[in-house]
Design a protein around this ligand. Structure first.
Ligand code: FMN
Length: 167
């Protein structure tokens, strides 16, 4: 089984969750696991302006150009992670989903946020229509769980994914 953990992370939280998922997969299976961090060519800055520029990209439904990356189209399982931006999936993930329809793959999605996931689940389902499979969406919400607890929760979720795939 080949797995690709694909994510975008602006300030590192989604990255931490992605790494916990990839590490847990490697620890409990012999599957081939790749991590793929998407990076836009023009990254939004870290100051307060990120809300303005990030929000603007979302409202304009931008699909920013991504730095070159290699996605293994042969992956059987794709785990896709995004931070929530303006109640939506982040623009780099929108770019990725435009480029990859994920047909025939098992797809699990997650987001990290601060209390307002908005339309993320709906957008993930719409963006991944091509997979032909039911898409599961998991939230890591800082209003419900501390960031410190995200990693343990990510490992539990990963275990449940593996159990379901192997049963
Ligand atoms: C531009 C921008 C917009 C955001 N919009 C939302 C939002 O609508 N709802 C929410 O719950 N959190 C929002 N957040 C907070 C992030 O989703 C949250 O901090 C996330 O965990 C950050 O993940 P990262 O560190 O991987 O970038 C926003 C953050 C940024 C930078």
């Amino acid at each position: 089984m080949k797995v690709s953990v694909v994510f975008y992370s602006h300030s590192g939280i989604t990255k931490r969750v992605s790494e916990a998922i990839a590490e847990e997969l490697s620890a409990i299976t012999d599957w081939k696991v790749e991590r793929l961090e998407l990076k836009p060519v023009n990254e939004v800055g870290q100051g307060f302006g990120k809300y303005v520029w990030g929000g603007r990209q979302v409202f304009m439904k931008k699909k920013p150009e991504l730095k070159p990356y290699r996605f293994d189209d042969g992956a059987d399982l794709v785990i896709l992670g995004t931070p929530v931006w303006a109640f939506s999936i982040s623009p780099p993930i929108r770019s990725f989903l435009k480029e990859h329809k994920l047909e025939g793959k098992q797809v699990f999605c997650f987001y990290t946020c601060q209390g307002g996931p908005g339309k993320v689940a709906k957008q993930f389902r719409e963006g991944i229509k091509g997979s032909g499979n039911k898409v599961e969406i998991k939230g890591f919400d800082q209003n419900q769980l501390s960031i410190e607890a995200f990693e343990a929760e990510a490992r539990r979720w990963t275990q449940s994914i593996v159990e379901r795939i192997e049963s």
